[in-house]
Design a protein around this ligand. Sequence first.
Ligand code: PNS
Length: 163
Amino acid sequence: MRRVAVCPGSFDPVTLGHLDIITRASKLFDKVIVLISRNAGKNQASFTATERMLMIQSAIKGLDNVVIDILDGLLADYVRDVGAIAIVKGLRAVSDFEYEFQMALANKKLYAGAETVFLTTSAENMYLSSSVVKQIAYFGGDISHFVPECILDDIKERLVKER
Ligand code: PNS
């Protein structure tokens, strides 16, 4: 039996923190689907779903059991449809906990066939998030320690254009 996990998120844009979780998940499961999903609680994304997919694609080169997909629907339905056994999320600090716990319970209620698995974020990524990256880039700061090098220019170009 192939053990499939889904790693959902907005990835707007993907950060080194995301990449760390995706890489570690790829060692735990036979196949990992990085799922670019819509967070109804967030404003308009800075990057289109296709742009985010292309960025993740170049960042995960070499991870042979990782694929990317885009979802505009319910995560629980997707997980059921692809026969995944787990939803993998990174957990940073106490501040993430309540929100993630709520989503894990809601997803379990919607589809009981998968478990949410939390991987603790590596210490160096504890403070890192897509919105922190966007804030720093927006004001011209150095984001090279926060995002994969191969997509650094794409991200800078877009965020500067937004000003
Ligand atoms: O990176 P984020 O924005 O914290 O990820 C949240 C995300 C996109 C995983 C979550 O909003 C989600 O699962 N969206 C898909 C729609 C859905 O199923 N929502 C209900 C979750 S309980």
